[in-house]
Write a protein that binds this ligand. Structure first.
Ligand code: URA
Length: 216
């Protein structure tokens, strides 16, 4: 199941357009701000699928029907590029448990790369709602590797992937490798370049949010 939030006219199109625009990208704070706002919108969309408990609430004037999330989701993200999107999700699911994973592209001399995971810190996820954020779903290999690692300690009830821009080949790869996943994306782009960056994409989301890194 895929929800592409750019399919219909909404402010999400404005967020994505600003994030893609190389002139607006000069303002790093605005890039992070748009990513965070996108995370908030995505959290709202996912909240429509979450389970709620009805419970009476007392206002200063009367008792009325109220609703609470019946369980807290787990918000997972992939360092470092996922942090701003994750913060947006966290603003809405403000009591969620969080998981942090570091994944990076380890470049090989032949021009290809492997995905290396070197830090995994996660609460219990078995039977829970897992929401994993990764701003750029390019090849899909870091997401698949990360989910497989998280699933080693137990399967969630439901996994949601949240991404700003997803490539068509990346979506196809994730759906072919991971069962029953729901993808929320801000846009879907058709292709990858020879360095596995999304085209047209927006460039390197981690560098745009946090500054250029030294290549491994
Ligand atoms: N990571 C990014 O930041 N951008 C891409 O296009 C692909 C992976």
């Amino acid at each position: 199941m895929i929800y592409n939030l750019s399919e219909n006219s909404s402010i999400v199109r404005n967020f994505i357009t600003e994030m893609r625009d190389k002139r607006v990208q000069q303002d790093r704070a605005r890039f992070r701000f748009n990513m965070r706002r996108l995370g908030q919108v995505m959290a709202y969309e996912i909240s429509k699928q979450m389970p709620y408990l009805s419970k009476k609430v007392e206002t200063p004037l009367a008792t009325t029907d109220g609703f609470y999330l019946s369980e807290q989701p787990v918000l997972a993200t992939i360092l470092r590029a996922g942090l701003a999107l994750h913060e947006g999700l966290q603003l809405i699911f403000d009591q969620a448990d969080c998981a942090y994973i570091s994944a990076y592209r380890k470049h090989i001399e032949d021009g290809t790369f492997d995905i290396e995971l070197n830090y995994v810190s996660s609460p219990e996820i078995a039977g829970r709602q897992l929401i994993i954020s990764d701003p750029m779903l390019a090849t899909g290999s870091s997401l698949v590797k990360t989910l497989r690692k998280l699933y080693e300690q137990g399967m969630p009830e439901q996994t949601y992937i949240v991404t700003a821009i997803a490539s068509e080949p990346g979506i196809n790869y994730v759906l072919s490798e991971i069962d029953d996943v729901v993808i929320y994306t801000g846009a879907i782009d058709p292709a990858l370049n020879d360095k596995a960056y999304i085209l047209p994409g927006l460039g390197d989301a981690g560098d745009l949010a946090y500054g250029p890194k030294i290549q491994e």
